[in-house]
Design a protein around this ligand. Sequence first.
Ligand code: CTP
Length: 402
Amino acid sequence: MSIRVLCKQTIVLGVTGSIAAYKAVEIASRLVKAGAHVDVIMTEAATQLVAPLTFQAITHRPVTTDLFDPRGELGIDHVALAKRADLMAIAPITANTLAKLAQGLADNALTTTFLAVESPVIVAPAMESHMWLHPSTQRNLDTLQAWGTTVVEPESGHLASGAEGVGRLAEPVSIVDTIRFVLGRDGPLAGRHVAVTAGPTREAIDPVRYISNHSSGRMGYAVAEAVRDLGARVTLVSGPTALRAPAGVEFVAVTSTHEMRDAVLDVLPDVDAVVGAAAVTDYGPAVSSEQKIKKAEGGFSLELVHNPDILMDVKAWKEARERTHPIIIGFAAETENLIENAQNKLVRKRMDLIVANLVPATFGSDRSQATLIQVDQPVERLPSLTKTELADKLADRLVYLL
Ligand code: CTP
């Protein structure tokens, strides 16, 4: 599936001699699948760990390993790759290459390209904990960051030495996500701030039980990524999901409906739009027991009370201040009378746009057949789209609405 912000972009992927070099194969593969042109440059050390042919087969392009190869592109023009890069990503980057870059050395194809490149640069370090924590490494990183380089911090876990600690290369999916974030920075939503709610909320019955729903959170996360890819600053307020927080978004993890409402109200004065993609649990137990409820003879009944309606609270906040912003985009999950029920919600919550979905078909599925209803606009029935494609459509509507 092609990802808009990556499609037809030229990414120069630098690979250095860390054991994690094999993970760069997955990065290259994800970028190619997303529609990017990927030019790989490997250091001599990296070629000891992964064969250049592996990258060549995945990217369908020649791999550069030697600045002075008379048959190579850099043998003709040593800054050819730097000139056509829309972005340069070095993943993994070793302490050694980091030090060279911070010093301005140009002793191989990779360091030379870094010096010549005018596009944004991302580095994803991978090394032993002691090397990572060494003041020299940290100083070199500070230098690169001061020049505008984005650093994808390494993670903690099992290291090649057998030790546990910080220094593992970030997951390829996070590195690709950071590439998307950086490429989209100057997009049409740059300077805008969008709050997105996602996932289910949970209402505690006692310390081990709760009321919730089947929402996976995928729609909300896809919207957060789509508006981020167009340059927006994003606050993603998420109930419990199995998903990874997207790169470059401000992530607020919540559990209950009240927590989600408070987190949204916190950012309201600052946001241009609120997208309510969360499947908010409308009722919660009147009392949540502090101790685990023991089973007893006979039945068990639970008194439920209404939870706040988050989008209603956003509407009330706007009305109290006579503001036209933030724009409100909501979702309607219906089992019958789709258009009529969604239109009622649009009016009741004074939304600017509502995305109407028939459930349970879309719950947990990667596809969605949605209908977009906007005030004073004809109803638009969309074909079956992936959640990512639908999120792109919504992001485009948001550009228009703002
Ligand atoms: N919503 C919300 N707070 C709630 C309930 C819903 O902010 N307590 C938001 C959802 O995120 C969604 C929209 O309102 O964008 C509609 O949600 P939905 O559950 O379909 O509608 P409800 O208003 O709850 O109505 P009903 O459950 O009766 O269909």
